[in-house]
Design a protein around this ligand. Structure first.
Ligand code: PEP
Length: 243
């Protein structure tokens, strides 16, 4: 954790839940949020953003989206603009998740353009970076993360309170987690690159049993949680580990 920075625990629901499940999950998170000191965020699939934002308005749990388009509006069938998400009640948007980089060929430049759109719409971007297993094994993790941050963060990102999530691709949904030394080394390098005030999250197979140790590391200011965010007790268990 970084002194003076309030931790953020963000749930990335990915392409999971039907309406009933999404509502029940969000309700269960809110019900357990009272004793949590960290800021809580849930990022459901697009169709549920408006409904859940309405439902959670006035609670301590914020709602975000998992992507947005780089353009303000126009002929982009199937895409969603940042201003629409803001209008629906979202306050954050996850950008450049490795699944989007892999499934949709998103480059750093595309992520940067989306982040600019998010900032212009008044959303806080959470930009994901992280190396593949091959890059880690080749000793390139720090270099890859440095390059992704340099290429993906637009001007004004830090001043606007943008968040960066270190998510090693090989740790996402695999149950594998880097050593505490490796997480700390990447976060120290990210801190040196982005400065003292930006929230730096770790993401990748976080769960209640490993959260306390990860969140205690220097420069780890919260978590981006995938699988464990689909079970309210697990998500809240991670959040409680943040203090
Ligand atoms: C993620 O996809 O952002 C993530 C961290 O997933 P998981 O927690 O399931 O590894």
């Amino acid at each position: 954790m970084t002194p003076g920075i309030r931790p953020l625990i963000a749930g990335n629901w990915k392409m999971n839940t039907l309406v009933r499940e999404a509502v029940d999950l969000a309700k269960a998170v809110v019900a357990g949020a009272g004793s949590v000191k960290a800021e809580l965020l849930v990022c459901p699939p697009f169709p549920y953003v408006a409904g859940l934002a309405g439902m959670l308005a006035g609670s301590t749990v914020a709602v975000g989206a998992q992507d947005c388009h780089a353009k303000e509006k126009g002929a982009h069938t199937g895409d969603v603009a940042a201003a629409m998400l803001k209008d629906c009640g979202a306050s954050y948007v996850i950008l450049g998740h490795s699944e989007r980089r892999a499934d949709h060929g998103e480059t750093d430049a595309m992520v940067k353009a989306k982040a600019m759109a998010a900032l212009a719409a008044g959303l806080t971007p959470i930009i994901c970076v992280g190396e593949t297993l091959a890059q880690r094994e080749a000793g390139q993790a720090l270099e890859v993360v440095h390059g992704q941050i340099a290429g993906s963060l637009p001007e004004g990102f830090v001043a606007a309170g943008g968040v960066v999530a270190y998510e090693p691709v090989w740790a996402i949904g695999t149950g594998k987690v880097p050593s505490e030394e490796d997480i700390a080394a990447v976060h120290a390098a990210m801190r040196a690159q982005v400065g003292g005030t930006t929230r730096l999250l770790y993401g990748g197979s976080m769960k209640p049993s490993n959260a306390e140790a990860i969140l205690a590391l220097p420069n780890v200011d919260g978590g981006l949680i995938g699988g464990a965010a689909l079970v309210a007790a697990d998500f809240l268990g991670v959040a409680k580990a943040a203090g």
